[in-house]
Design a protein around this ligand. Structure first.
Ligand code: ME8
Length: 530
């Protein structure tokens, strides 16, 4: 069966962003999820020949950060400096290969925020007024009475308080028709589609409010150049990071020209409103192209609801990586969260995935294959010459089909399904061993048939290694190494290559890539880390 080669487009760019995180505490698995998701997409595009770029960073201004720094007895700058070091260390631990890490306190950003603000003022997009509203301090959001749920903040369910102050506003109403037209012309701009309906029905149809873009009650932020008692309110400051990091409005804007508009901007469900309404409107006002897609993922929940420190049910990625390795954590997080929906983290679920998917399915396939090739052919993969075998063709046709499914799921951002597709290949290949019974072929001295089975197994594992690379870089390389391909150039197009018997020489029996966990012990361990 011929495979689609549509993904191989050289010199095409791909730009993916994560939200910039508030460094107000330790990063939990939810934050890690988005960052790993972005890295998977970037890596996938990269091995498909794209010039792919990923941005992440920190949202370092605002009242909340000012408050946390105070609690810690340090200046806000000292506090965020330490957090930035911590975040970079975590992304390294999680094997995240970002290209830029923006911090909103950096001059390359603050200077441009000042300029953007003045431009908006000049164009009458921003006007001075007075804000009286219901304010949620932790979320740094003003809400209208009708948006509250049981009188509380609809995002975090905490108390809101009435506040009044002089403030600048962004005239959102001016652009609402253009935004709706853009939604119409670009039906896949907001995904999942249910989020788009939510945005239109809850925020736009009832009448889009102008957005308050400055504050005077705190100091920790970008000052408005023409009116310095005002500090730019967090969302205008934060959202523009996606373009200031590319050098927008600077002397060298080559990155901006090359990578903007972004291909995918990833956000959690709680901040889709800011990214699907205010962000495009800012861009329209700046006369810039809009991102191609805003994708809102769901949340990792715990059995008893939202992760929260006070409930003692937060799980941090580093404690899992330290014990189970980075690939198992990346695998679990991406596999477990369904497209656009919430997922649940349980220690039992984590251990099950490790033992069944990684150890039994993938680990055993590799071990059995390496073991058999060593036993039957002294570690050498031999050319069977004759490929006309029904079982072999059945296997390879199924693999081709699963690869197609995987490509489609990657394009649709269904990364959890893309992993299931790869695991279908793994299960199918394990089944092929049962079907062909190589030990019988060996006993009956059917050498040609045995050669074919072994070469099919190696080929399947080679493809699996390429396919899992964006998700589990170390495991992918380790599989290739054990197959005797340690200098292998991981490119997606190599999936379609013919068998190369000079590459697939199995040198020796390697260490198992995943070792079975004792469920009781490990569940207790994970619980002790929560
Ligand atoms: O909102 N599961 O930052 P933030 C999955 N600074 N994702 C989760 C999650 C969970 N349990 N909990 C939180 C901000 N998140 C702003 C962004 S962008 C210009 C500014 C996600 O640190 C959440 O949905 O509060 C959001 O996408 C991200 O973590 C950062 O949240």
């Amino acid at each position: 069966m011929a495979l689609p080669k549509g993904e191989i487009k050289l010199n095409k760019t791909f730009y993916v962003t994560t939200p910039i995180y508030y460094p107000s505490g330790k990063f939990h698995i939810g934050t890690a999820y988005t960052t790993i998701f972005a890295d998977v997409l970037k890596t996938y595009k990269k091995i498909n020949g794209y010039d792919a770029r990923m941005l992440t960073g920190l949202d370092e201004h605002g009242q909340k950060i000012e408050g946390v720094a105070k609690q810690n007895g340090v200046t806000p700058q000292e506090y965020v400096d330490e957090k930035a070091t911590e975040a970079k260390k975590l992304w390294k631990l999680l094997d995240v290969d970002y290209d830029d890490f923006i911090r909103t306190t950096e001059e390359r950003h603050t200077e441009k925020v000042e300029k953007i603000f003045e431009k908006f003022l000049k164009n009458n997009d921003i006007y001075k007024g007075e804000y009286e509203g219901l304010y949620c301090t932790p979320c740094e959001s003003f809400w209208t009475e009708s948006q509250l749920i049981d009188g509380k903040c609809p995002d975090c369910q905490r108390e809101v308080k009435k506040m009044k102050e002089e403030a600048y506003f962004f005239n959102m109403k001016k652009y609402v028709d253009k935004l709706l037209k853009f939604y119409d012309e670009n039906p896949n701009f907001i995904e999942p589609i249910s989020r788009k309906n939510e945005i239109i029905n809850n925020f736009i149809k009832p009448g889009l409010e102008d957005l308050c873009v400055t504050r005077t009650t705190f100091d920790w932020g970008v000052k408005v150049k023409s009116d310095p008692k005002h500090v730019v309110y967090v969302w205008l400051d934060a959202l523009t990071n996606y373009i200031t990091s590319l050098g927008y409005m600077s002397d060298d804007d080559s990155l901006f020209k090359k990578y903007w508009p972004a291909d995918v901007q990833l956000v959690g469900k709680d901040i889709i409103r800011f990214h699907a309404i205010y962000w495009p409107i800012f861009l329209i006002a700046l006369d810039l192209p809009l991102p191609k897609k805003i994708y809102a993922h769901g949340w990792f929940m715990m059995k008893d609801g939202k992760m929260s420190k006070s409930k003692g049910n937060v799980i941090y990625p580093d404690s899992l990586v330290d014990r189970y390795g980075v690939d198992a954590v990346r695998y679990f997080l991406i596999r477990e969260l369904p497209y656009g929906q919430d997922g649940i983290f349980t220690p039992e679920g984590f251990v099950d995935r490790y033992n069944y998917d990684l150890c039994n399915d993938l680990g055993n396939l590799l071990n059995r294959t390496i073991g058999m090739i060593n036993k039957y052919f002294d570690g050498e993969v031999k050319d069977p010459k004759d490929y006309s075998n029904e079982l072999s063709q059945g296997l390879n046709n199924d693999i081709d089909k699963y690869i197609k499914d995987m490509i489609n799921h990657m394009d649709d951002l269904h990364l959890n399904f893309a992993l299931s597709d790869i695991w279908n290949i793994i299960s199918r290949t394990n089944k092929y061993i049962d079907e062909t019974m190589p030990w019988v072929l060996y006993k009956e001295k059917k050498e040609d048939e045995l050669k074919l089975v072994m070469s099919d197994l190696v080929e399947s594992l080679r493809k699996i290694a390429i396919l899992i690379y964006p998700f589990m870089k170390n495991t992918s390389k380790e599989i290739l190494k054990q197959l005797g391909n340690d200098k292998y150039d991981i490119k997606f197009e190599n999936i379609y290559n013919k068998r190369d018997f000079t590459l697939n020489k199995v040198v020796s029996k390697g260490e198992p890539i995943f070792v079975r966990l004792d469920p009781q012990e490990e569940i207790a361990y994970i619980k002790s880390k929560m």
